[in-house]
Design a protein around this ligand. Structure first.
Ligand code: ADP
Ligand code: ZN
Length: 358
């Protein structure tokens, strides 16, 4: 088992990564301060993984309730958030109550936001069950729900008291979701560490096979990268922005396709390649590095070409609206090559259009 610690100005919390952790409640029961617990999950996850969590809570005589939502991003709404608050009210949850998120990023965001708001903030325990949530959304404390006007428009920073990533839960994850999570893993190598990207090239098949050693290592390294950045920059003033490599392009693709055809990680894969091509076209990096990234993404069964449909102008417009591009200026995360991302301001529009065409 790997244990990483996230060190923040105010506090420190552990991320446990390994096999069989759901059956080791001694890892997380001690972080529950009070007697009241609300477990939030979805209908794909609960049938597989709720039982051991509920059994552990029952064995300690805790008072708990469960809220099992339908799956999917379209459920990350204010209405579902209100249901979570209703459930906490029914529990008569005190300040020392805890919300447990058992599921992917959708459940984590929603449960975390409910925990952030109930009585101005109660404890929150994350049990992520998707690779994406294990390597990305469960680290860093961002919580939110969507509005019809846009994703993640209402939210808060609220750090969990612990994260339990049981890699056995990934055995039931659909293949496409696994690959989408791997896109964010590749991102860490692309922006921070050429040696890690090389390791991913060597272990691509093992990762697709869900071999526990490879998967555990990939998650632990990813959490380490993310935890380090978050510790340096908890509220995203500075280099946490590097984590948006591929994301301004990716978000535009997701929005333009109405979130229907592309998973987030898939959009990020295409977006990272656009960022790499743009960097090469601007003379900042080599074409060889772009090609290496492309080959790795293909091996991990990720899309690398943009979907037909949205026009370059439409995508460009969406990129300008992206909250990361301050004041409509095209401020993008580009790279100098594998392992070296950088923020570039005032990227020429023509150069961006060129990579949006193909
Ligand atoms: P994210 O990719 O942001 O973590 P979701 O929370 O939407 O997103 O999870 C993606 C999908 O995978 C959802 O349909 C969810 O119900 C399902 N899911 C999550 N974890 C598992 C799992 N361990 N096994 C099977 N399906 C899962
Ligand atoms: Zn992402």
């Amino acid at each position: 088992m790997h244990t990483q610690h996230v060190e923040l100005a105010q506090r420190r919390y552990p991320i446990h990564i390994g096999k069989g952790l759901l059956n080791r409640p001694e890892l997380w029961l001690p972080s529950l301060r009070g007697r009241q617990v609300l477990v939030i999950s979805d209908t794909n996850v609960a049938p597989h993984y709720l039982a051991p969590v509920a059994a552990a809570l029952r064995s300690t005589g805790r008072q708990f309730d469960t809220l099992i939502l339908p799956p999917g991003e379209q459920e990350k709404t204010l209405q579902r958030f209100a249901e979570a608050l209703d459930a906490l009210a029914r529990l008569r949850a005190n300040r020392d109550a805890c919300v447990i998120a058992l599921g992917g990023g959708v459940i984590g965001d929603l449960a975390g936001f409910a925990a952030a708001c109930w009585m101005r903030g109660i404890d929150f325990l994350q049990i992520p069950t998707t690779l994406l949530a294990m390597v990305d959304s469960s680290v860093g404390g961002k919580t939110a729900v969507d509005l019809p006007q846009g994703k993640n428009l209402v939210g808060a920073f609220h750090q969990p008291c612990a994260v339990i990533s049981d890699i056995d839960t990934l055995q039931t994850l659909p293949m496409r979701e696994l690959s989408a999570g791997l896109a964010e893993v590749v991102k860490y190598g692309a922006i921070f560490d050429a040696a890690f990207l090389h390791w991913l090239e060597q272990h691509a098949d093992a990762l697709l096979d869900r071999q526990p050693d490879a998967i555990g290592e990939a998650i632990a390294r990813s959490c380490q990268f993310k935890a380090e950045v978050v510790a340096r920059d908890e509220t995203e003033q500075g280099d946490r922005a590097l984590l948006n490599f591929g994301h301004t392009f990716g978000h535009a693709l997701e929005t333009a396709t109405d979130y229907g055809s592309l998973l987030h990680g898939e959009a990020v894969a295409i977006g990272m390649l656009m960022a790499a091509r743009l960097s090469a076209n601007l003379g900042r990096s080599s074409l060889a590095d772009t090609e290496r990234l492309r080959q790795l993404l293909i091996r991990l069964r990720l899309p690398v070409d943009r979907p037909d449909g949205p026009s370059p102008s439409q995508l460009l417009e969406l990129m300008r609206l992206d909250k990361k591009s301050l004041s409509g200026e095209l401020r993008l995360v580009l790279w100098r090559g594998i392992g070296h991302a950088e923020i570039v301001r005032d990227v020429p529009e023509l150069a961006v259009r060129e990579v949006l065409m193909r």
